[in-house]
Design a binder for this molecule. Structure first.
Ligand code: NDP
Length: 330
């Protein structure tokens, strides 16, 4: 058994030396636990926050201890009556090859509905984040113009396709570089792609949305949030989902200078944490599994092979080395 441990807390951008690969015995399971052989694990931008020693909605990683996070795997031993050997389960003990998991913390999923790894992406929290954001936090209405940042990533690649299904008339996505931009339009449901590295985001959003923006799903913060507020229509809605442009910041980052424009626009800016939307999982999985099966929803992934590649995969997701959901295949 191998696991990845936190070796050091980064200041600013993390690096490979912040992680250790360690060999450890396969864990013993106790009553009420299952032993899971992990087959896939997730690397996510929010994990950057857990590398810092600071108070948040989730505990920081501990130096010298294995990291954790979403994973899916096969139950190879069970001392929990409700979960048989052979079941496919999603749980939170990733960053290791074998995990002892308390049965209540293991969710049995149906691998005949979709491949196991899809439960870490479209049928997992990132897909649900797009769904909750565009149906509840900042609901899309028929004919809306919708703008999404980090549009080629896990949340964004679903959000574009979903906005279209929810009746948006125009869907605008921002991503880094022309290759991702093309992908937004050909594969992820976007009408227009903005390359935020190629020029002013505010000017590009204005040009892409001449009639203004009704809904903005913010994955990035910073200049993207300011540009969306600037282009927002009266009654516009913003879902504050992520602020990846600030995750490596070493000093507090000020909010957008035009924040008060929301008042004159009678607009809503609403934060969201996906943990408060898990009740929507059955509804979302029901819809999304059907769309995956009929080919109208694309589940794109970028895959790194081997546990030892997980730290690099994590660094890559922070710097844009992924299209769709970034995953590690163990
Ligand atoms: P992604 O798959 O979108 O990966 C992150 C992407 O962010 C990269 O691919 C990169 O794409 C982009 N990016 C990195 N730095 C910057 C920058 N400075 N400016 C603009 N874009 C940048 O990750 P997820 O889909 O998993 O997550 C997207 C966002 O949503 C994150 O901020 C995450 O923390 C947040 N999130 C929040 C949740 C919640 O409950 N609130 C739940 C899930 C995710 P590019 O090449 O385009 O730069």
């Amino acid at each position: 058994n191998r696991e990845i441990r936190l070796a050091a807390r980064p200041s600013g951008e993390p690096s490979l030396s912040d992680f250790d690969l360690a060999a450890t015995p396969v864990p013993q399971i106790g009553d009420g636990q299952v032993l899971v052989r992990n087959t896939w694990m997730s690397v996510d931008p929010y994990m950057r926050g857990r590398m810092d020693d600071k108070e948040s909605y989730i505990l920081p990683f501990e130096i010298g201890r294995p990291l954790d996070g979403s994973a899916v795997g096969e139950v190879v031993a069970s001392r929990a009556g409700e979960i048989p050997v052979g079941a496919t389960v999603v749980h939170f003990a990733g960053w290791r090859e074998y995990a002892a998991v308390d049965a209540p913390h293991a969710t049995v999923v149906d691998p005949s509905l979709a491949p196991a790894e899809v439960y870490l992406g479209v049928l997992g929290t990132t897909g649900l984040t797009a769904y909750a954001s565009l149906t509840d936090v900042a609901p899309v209405r028929q004919g809306d113009t919708v703008f999404v940042s980090a549009a080629a990533g896990a949340v964004g690649s679903v959000a574009g396709q979903l906005a279209r299904k929810l009746g948006a008339a125009r869907v605008i996505g921002s991503a880094g570089g022309p290759v991702k931009g093309r992908k937004l339009v050909t594969d992820f449901g976007y009408d227009v792609a903005i390359d935020y590295r190629a020029g002013s985001v505010a000017e590009q959003v204005r040009a892409a949305a001449p009639d203004g923006v009704d809904v903005y799903l913010d994955n990035v913060g910073g200049n993207h949030l300011a540009a969306a507020i600037d282009a927002l229509n009266v009654g516009g809605r913003i879902a504050m989902v992520g602020a990846i442009s600030a995750y490596n910041a070493t000093e507090p980052v000020p909010g957008p200078a035009n924040l008060f424009a929301l008042a004159a626009k009678n607009a809503t800016l609403r934060g969201m944490l996906i943990n408060y939307y898990f009740h929507l999982f059955p509804e979302w999985i029901g819809k999304a599994a059907g769309w995956l099966a009929d080919g109208s929803l694309r589940a794109e992934t970028t895959v790194a092979e081997g546990l030892e590649r997980a730290p690099q995969a994590f660094l890559d997701v922070l710097s844009g080395g992924n299209v769709g959901k970034m995953l590690v295949k163990l």
